[in-house]
Design a protein around this ligand. Structure first.
Ligand SMILES: Cc1cc2nc3c(=O)[nH]c(=O)nc-3n(C[C@H](O)[C@H](O)[C@H](O)COP(=O)(O)OP(=O)(O)OC[C@H]3O[C@@H](n4cnc5c(N)ncnc54)[C@H](O)[C@@H]3O)c2cc1C
Length: 366
């Protein structure tokens, strides 16, 4: 697998509009910066191999390396990834209440993980004036401040890079599929750097169909309301086909088709809906408001969840077979769309320049 440098990253990913703004290339050198939801290279660099390229979720990826890192076995292509168990879940009676997006499973488990000493820090995502604002948190009672979904593509992985630099050894991260894939690549130390100190991680993946481009999202929201008045956002399950903004006085519906227009091109190549590269993955429980779907993927995730259940921090119920079927269908649908888009892109690259320089980049989205 060829690892290139920042110029190839620009040529293959940024210039093809495939950057999903995850922040994996930010915080490891002076050149890449995140600004208002966009990631940009501020100075040129002539290294022929760089971590920016190696860690990007859009560049070629060896899935066996990621699977060995997380599951201790080679990659097996499965509709919703590797898993041990699926639950319906929500914050239990001992958990602190909060303005959760769905059942509060994510906030509760991250807080529980810190209180139990599984992690010494957590990388979480807030927003300021609708601009995603990832941060490193070291006090468990601050974790609740980050609850709720910010639907914008966020440079969350930049803070994982920073947490490693700061010397944190047990890092929790909540993130979307592209962010988790980048974290798997970072942990595998693809450039074999001797000074790299691999942290222990506890990874909570979020289901994701797409995120939106921050700048265009703000423009769209400003055309609907005063954005300082927005209290929450949600996407009700199908067949609603709307995005809902809630202020203190009203609920504004935006057709999902208007939102889809501002999804970064890179999201359309992603084949991962259930966030497969994580210890546990969490999404909405369709048809069960106030609950989450919780996929337990690793032994570490299973142990934490069992303790959280037995200590009253998490309430779970069986996940019905028909919901597993529905989830599988949705996940396979995203894989098919991602692969089809990738084929289309590779063909167009072939036509443009015989595919020589740019085609390998999209292999990372298989
Ligand atoms: C961009 C995006 C798209 C999503 N699409 C789907 C979907 O299609 N189907 C589905 O079932 N679920 C989707 N989700 C997940 C869903 O919205 C909830 O996050 C999930 O159900 C957990 O609910 P909760 O109540 O446990 O979360 P909470 O307890 O409220 O915690 C939310 C957590 O999400 C983190 N977070 C918020 N925004 C971001 C972000 N942009 N990047 C990284 N981390 C973030 C925060 O740090 C916080 O820890 C999406 C999430 C995101 C961020």
């Amino acid at each position: 697998m060829k690892i290139s440098g920042s110029n190839e990253l620009l040529e293959q990913i940024q210039n093809n509009n495939l950057c999903v703004g995850c922040g994996a290339c930010v915080g490891i050198c002076p050149y890449f910066k995140a600004h208002k939801g966009k990631v940009a290279m501020t100075f040129s660099c002539d290294r022929t191999e760089g971590r920016c390229y190696a860690h990007c979720p859009g560049t070629e990826t060896d899935y066996d390396v990621l699977a060995n890192e997380l599951f201790n076995k080679p990659y097996e292509e499965k509709p919703i990834g590797n898993y041990i168990k699926i639950y319906g879940a929500k914050a239990g009676e001992k958990a602190v209440n909060g303005s959760f997006q769905n059942g509060g499973t994510v906030t509760t488990l991250m807080k529980f993980a810190m209180e139990k000493g599984l992690i010494d820090s957590a990388v979480l995502t807030d927003s300021i004036d609708m601009i995603p604002d990832p941060q490193i948190v070291t006090k468990s009672d601050e974790i609740g401040n980050f609850s709720s979904t910010k639907y914008m593509a966020s440079p969350t992985v930049s803070k994982f890079n920073e947490a490693i630099k700061m010397g944190h050894k047990k890092i929790g991260v909540v993130g979307t599929p592209c962010q988790m894939k980048a974290i798997g690549k970072i942990k595998s130390n693809p450039l074999d750097r001797e000074e790299f100190k691999k942290p222990e991680t506890f990874l909570i993946g979020l289901f994701c169909t797409w995120a939106v481009d921050t700048k265009n999202f703000i423009k769209l929201l400003e055309s609907k309301t005063d954005i300082s008045k927005i209290k929450s956002m949600d996407i009700p399950p199908p067949p609603a086909e709307v995005f809902i903004l809630k202020t203190e006085t009203e609920a504004i519906e935006i057709p999902l088709d208007d939102i889809r227009k501002i999804v970064p091109e890179g999201c359309s190549l992603c084949p991962d809906m259930t966030c497969e590269w994580a210890d546990i993955s969490v999404g909405a429980f369709e048809g069960r408001s106030g609950w989450n779907t919780l996929i337990v993927r690793t032994k570490k995730g299973e142990e934490l969840i069992n303790s959280a259940i037995s200590e009253g921090y998490l309430t779970v119920e069986e996940f019905p077979d028909e919901n597993v079927t529905h989830l599988t269908k949705g996940s396979v649908g995203k894989k098919k769309r991602g692969l089809a888009k990738r084929e289309e892109l590779m063909k167009s690259m072939d036509q443009n320049d015989n595919g020589s320089a740019t085609a390998p980049s999209v292999v990372g989205f298989r």
